[in-house]
Write a protein that binds this ligand. Structure first.
Ligand code: NI
Length: 434
């Protein structure tokens, strides 16, 4: 009799549990399923990151990375396209219910940096390192693919996984990156209606997500200026037109663009990274004929971007003329545009992120003066590019910056990234697909 009572109690409990789950909002149930599946796959996802970290490859040369991603996606049952924009991979996951197609992008390339971390999975490719976290971005995307491939019945539409080469810029003379993927039709067949991406961020603690409603990263331009004077012996400067002094004045002149000529409420940065004698070997007692300046300009608005370029040109030419020198070359290359999120999409997406990590951990941050070619996607369709916290002082993980030889990441961030991404994508399809 006791046994019978127990069975009855158990059945009542199960019935109540079933009833409780049924009355939960659908998205809440899906969300806890995502969390559960991400946790179950934790070890697998972290091992994916270790593999990618061990075998970093440079922009447009991501051959092994590309094959590894394609095979992983195929094993999960996705439709896979290889060789998009050279080494890019696109995976399509079809939900059981029909609907829209949403995109997630992860960048694939590493940097020409020798890793100094002594860890079991440190880079095996000399002089190359995933020092910008693209290994993390790929692991998050592959983890998301794994989680979502196990719950197709809950997905209303398709998810397109876009693995993009050459985010750091294609080698000279080559095309590549987001722009080339778009040119090759990555946003079509099926048409992608919105895109999401993330970047690790050293300033943010693990467990937090940083975002901007609109402008989130700066435009990136590269300039090269050659100042031509007249060569002379260093002992007889009056016989020269000194390009070293002229170039120095030009650099100081440019400083007033930022401090005095643009509206500082729309900030910009101008940095000269290289100041060198051009076309000959210098000597301590020779005034050379030419000097070359190479550097970068960053800005957070298109208007400021245009102004800085115009003012740089004017100041260079007029200071050169004032000294009797000339500007031999003024080359100004626009590399990537200002990165601007779609505010409506951000606002609709935030509640879902807050449910995963807690509202106190979703932080509005200042825009970054770093750049990203993700904007090329957002020029075509609405998008949201946000930041993933990776810092953990208690574990001794306090990275100073990206692109450094000792960059370390708290790997819990990967699993958090998977939970957030999977949730955002399913949510979007559910919300917008009606
Ligand atoms: Ni990066």
């Amino acid at each position: 009799m006791k046994y019978f009572n127990f069975i009855r109690l158990l059945l009542t409990f199960l019935f109540m549990l079933y009833f409780y789950l049924e009355t939960l909002p659908a998205d809440r149930a899906v969300q806890s399923l995502i969390v559960q599946k991400a946790e179950q796959s934790r070890d697998k996802i972290i091992s994916i990151r270790h593999y990618l970290h061990m075998y970093p490859e440079l922009s447009n040369r991501e051959y092994k990375t590309s094959e590894y991603i394609a095979q992983t996606l195929e094993k999960l049952g996705l439709e896979v396209k290889r060789g998009v924009a050279k080494t890019g991979v696109v995976g399509l996951l079809k939900g059981e219910k029909s609907g829209l197609t949403v995109g997630i992008r992860a960048d694939m390339d590493a940097l020409p940096i020798q890793e100094v971390n002594d860890i079991p999975y440190s880079s095996k490719n000399p002089g190359i390192m995933h020092a910008c976290g693209h290994d993390i971005h790929m692991a998050v995307a592959l983890g998301t693919a794994k989680v979502l491939s196990e719950m197709r019945d809950k997905i209303k539409g398709n998810v397109k996984f876009i693995f993009q080469p050459a985010e750091e810029g294609a080698p000279d003379g080559e095309e590549g990156g987001a722009a080339l993927m778009i040119k090759e039709g990555v946003l079509e067949n099926p048409e992608v209606s919105a895109i999401f991406g993330l970047h690790i961020f050293p300033d943010l603690k693990v467990g937090t997500i940083g975002y901007n409603l609109t402008t989130t990263m700066a435009s990136v331009d590269k300039f090269e200026v050659i100042v031509k004077g007249k060569r002379a012996h260093g002992a007889y400067p009056w016989e020269s037109i000194d390009p070293v002094v002229t170039a120095s004045q030009i650099i100081l002149g440019w400083q007033t663009i930022i401090s005095r000529q643009i509206d500082i409420r729309n900030p910009a940065v101008l940095t000269v990274g290289i100041f060198e004698i051009y076309g000959e070997t210098g000597r301590f007692n020779i005034i050379p004929e030419k000097v070359r300046l190479i550097g970068t300009v960053r800005s957070l608005s298109d208007g400021t971007r245009k102004q800085v370029e115009e003012k740089m040109r004017r100041i260079s030419q007029n200071i050169a003329r004032a000294n009797g020198a000339e500007i031999n070359l003024f080359k100004y290359v626009h590399s990537t545009p200002v990165v601007v999120n779609n505010p409506e999409l951000v606002q609709k997406t935030l509640p879902g992120i807050k449910e995963v990590v807690g509202s106190e951990n979703v932080i509005s941050v200042k825009p970054s003066m770093g750049g990203e070619d993700f904007e090329f996607f957002m020029e075509k369709i609405p998008g949201f590019f946000f930041r993933l916290g990776i810092r953990n002082e208690e574990k001794g993980i306090s990275p100073s910056a990206l692109h450094t030889a000792d960059l370390m990441v708290d790997e819990d961030a990967i699993i958090i990234g998977v939970k957030v991404m999977a949730n955002i994508l399913v949510d979007y399809l559910e919300r917008e697909g009606n």
